[in-house]
Design a protein around this ligand. Structure first.
Ligand SMILES: O=c1ccn([C@@H]2O[C@H](COP(=O)(O)OP(=O)(O)O[C@H]3O[C@@H]([C@H](O)CO)[C@H](O)[C@H]3O)[C@@H](O)[C@H]2O)c(=O)[nH]1
Length: 423
């Protein structure tokens, strides 16, 4: 079939590659001049030299099987692309969780028992709550928040593990984050088999991880990536659809939910199902994510990634040493998940946080990137739109109904699923 894919973020790239592999003829329409969407390369300059940053620091975990499989299929070498480490969430003073390289779930239990800086009350409360989640099959009521799930935990265990894990994985603070989705992440991150809990820290920029290879693969397999083309309208036409007047058998909307809703609404189709889909897509709330890049040539962290104690005045929850991850020495990426406020204020706050918590007083701002609609707010009981919008019209993206929060794996899986539904 002749298929149009609107959007070349990670979901659109996955859909396009998989659909081509299944024998369809693909045209990708991407509004921007580059692929990657909300997980893309941004060029900057450090000490007068060009350097590739990311619009947001991302990490993957070993359980992201579909993303890793697709990257491999596109020719990526995992060890060149990522630094793979056992799961650790350690703070600058060395406190926090570090899993030994043991089989799950022994690694998680041993990691909790040996965590530095935690009191016995913290450890026992975590073991008890984690055991309860495991015995309950990592399930809870849809309306429960992460804070609801953690009522038995000490404030120390909340502050040093659950809150940073929750805000980094769901980009939503624990008190308003979905307990169901969080438990799925915990199951995969802390109790997965075969290296599933490993952290995969990118050594290359986000475009080099997947989107560039996907577009090159598509071009080599007869696909037509059209960059810099923002689709204005789609419309049903016989058994198929048109995209800006051009005929296709099927259309996959791989653009963000508000844009997918714009195109679906403008298609002229009517009906309760379509109105319901548009309502759900437009009803999603979003969370921002800010990455503050700072540099000082002699700055080096004790580990490539550290958790940071955070508060409204010291907003970064994590810092990554890009110098240990293939970037220039001394380049640090401070991540503020679920961020609020403007870039200038956040940069000032992070400079002060880095000086106080890391003793780094010579850091200079490189670039601050505020992604205002970085992810959907992953709240309890959230009804996410389905992949099928109407006959012959599908959607994919990190926001489509699925077990994961807004992650690269969620986006990729949704793209693969849309391709599988093309019949
Ligand atoms: O009219 C339009 C509007 C937008 N686009 C392009 O669509 C692309 C959408 O990609 P993206 O927003 O990146 O969404 P996707 O679901 O593929 O993947 C994201 O999920 C997150 C994940 O949640 C972790 O943060 C990840 O960052 C992304 O991979 C985009 O390129 C728009 O320019 C269009 O073509 N036409």
């Amino acid at each position: 079939m002749k298929v149009a894919i609107v959007g070349a973020g990670w979901a659109g790239c996955a859909a396009a590659v998989e659909a081509t592999r299944l024998g369809h003829h693909i045209t990708v329409f991407e509004a921007s001049r580059t692929a990657g969407g909300r997980a893309r390369r941004v060029m900057a300059s450090v000490a007068g030299l060009p350097v590739a940053l990311d619009n947001g620091q991302h990490i993957l975990i070993g359980a992201y099987a579909e993303t890793l499989r697709l990257m491999k299929e596109l020719g990526a070498d995992e060890s060149a692309s990522f630094l793979r480490l056992p799961l650790a969430m350690q703070f600058p003073d060395g406190s926090g969780l570090k899993l030994p390289d043991w089989p799950a779930p022994l690694d998680a239990f041993a990691g909790i028992l040996t965590a530095g800086g935690w009191s016995w009350a913290d450890k026992l409360s975590l073991l008890k709550v984690a055991l309860g989640w495991r015995l309950g099959g990592f399930a809870c009521q849809p309306g429960q928040s992460v804070s609801d799930l953690c009522r038995g935990l000490t404030p120390g265990a909340m502050a040093s593990l659950i809150e940073p894990l929750c805000v980094s994985a769901l980009n939503t603070p624990a008190e308003r984050a979905s307990g169901q989705v969080f438990l799925r992440v915990m199951r995969d991150a802390l109790f997965a088999q075969g290296g599933g809990s490993n952290l995969l820290l990118p050594r290359v920029d986000l475009n080099a991880l997947l989107p560039d290879a996907a577009l090159a693969w598509l071009a080599a397999h007869g696909g037509l990536p059209r960059l810099g083309v923002r689709v204005q309208s789609i419309a049903p036409a016989g058994a198929g659809w048109t995209v800006d007047g051009e005929a296709f058998d099927r259309v996959v909307l791989a653009c963000p939910p508000n844009e997918a809703a714009r195109l679906a609404q403008g298609s002229g189709l009517a009906g309760d199902a379509l109105a319901g889909w548009i309502g759900q897509a437009r009803g999603l709330r979003h969370e921002a994510l800010t990455t503050v890049y700072l540099h000082a040539s002699e700055a080096r962290l004790r580990q490539p990634m550290l958790a940071l104690p955070s508060s409204p005045a010291e907003p970064a929850q994590f810092v990554f040493d890009r110098g240990q991850l293939g970037g220039p020495a001394g380049l640090l990426a401070f991540v503020i998940s679920a961020s609020t406020g403007d870039g200038a204020t956040l940069t000032r706050q992070v400079l002060a946080q880095a000086a106080r918590q890391l003793g780094l007083i010579d850091l200079r701002p490189v670039q601050t990137i505020v992604e205002k609609r970085a992810t959907f707010a992953c709240t309890p009981g959230l009804q996410r739109p389905a992949a099928r919008i109407a006959e012959g019209l599908l959607a994919c993206g990190d926001y489509i109904a699925g077990p994961y929060p807004a992650t690269l794996e969620g986006a990729v899986r949704s793209g693969l699923e849309a391709a599988a539904q093309l019949h």
